[in-house]
Ligand binder design. Structure first.
Ligand code: FES
Length: 180
């Protein structure tokens, strides 16, 4: 992933606004915190923003800052720290492959290479058919099923699905039958 530059993607998400229902949800979360401490709601609000807008452009992050009454930089520093927030457009399926020790020992490298070749993309790119983005993430707490990955549909609210003991054959089957 390239470094984040606040001004580079200003053409995306011009004037973002939550739907009425999402805005109510966000205001409810913010109301749990005392005046002046709205920043404490940043993680759930960022998750809602990503579900609504697909990824975290600078305009979306500025909108979140405005809702929380904090400076944009305070949102940038959180959103760029956690790999679950996408800083560039992503495909319908974001394949978040674990790259931490136990998964690497059990063949994560082979899985990365196989996926890149099969889908014709490098990490963080979107495949030509718009279906896939591959991301490298840290331990998914499923080391017993290494190598593994998690997937969340852009349109789903925070539901991740885990796939463990991955092999190239298993990936072929998932691409053909499940991630469609
Ligand atoms: S190291 Fe991959 S899930 Fe823990």
């Amino acid at each position: 992933m390239g470094a984040f530059h606040a001004n580079k993607d200003r053409q995306y998400h011009q004037n973002p606004q939550f739907s009425e229902q999402r805005l109510k949800e966000v205001q409810e979360i913010i109301s749990h915190y005392p005046e002046g401490k709205q920043k404490s709601a940043i993680l759930p609000v960022l998750h809602i923003a990503q579900t609504e807008f697909g990824w975290m452009s600078a305009n979306v992050m500025d909108y979140v800052a405005q809702l929380l009454n904090i400076k944009p930089i305070e949102v940038y520093e959180v959103a760029t720290f956690y790999t679950m927030f996408h800083l560039e457009p992503v495909g319908k399926y974001v394949l978040e492959v674990c790259r931490t020790g136990p998964c690497m020992i059990c063949g994560a490298d082979e899985i990365f290479e196989y996926l890149k070749k099969k889908l014709g993309v490098e990490l963080n790119e979107v495949s030509a058919d718009g279906r896939f983005t591959i991301k490298a993430v840290e331990c998914l707490a499923a080391c017993g099923g290494a190598p593994c990955l998690q997937v969340k549909l852009k349109s789903e609210d925070g539901i991740y699905k885990y796939y463990e003991n991955l092999t190239p054959e298993k990936i072929d089957e998932l691409i053909e039958k499940e991630w469609i």
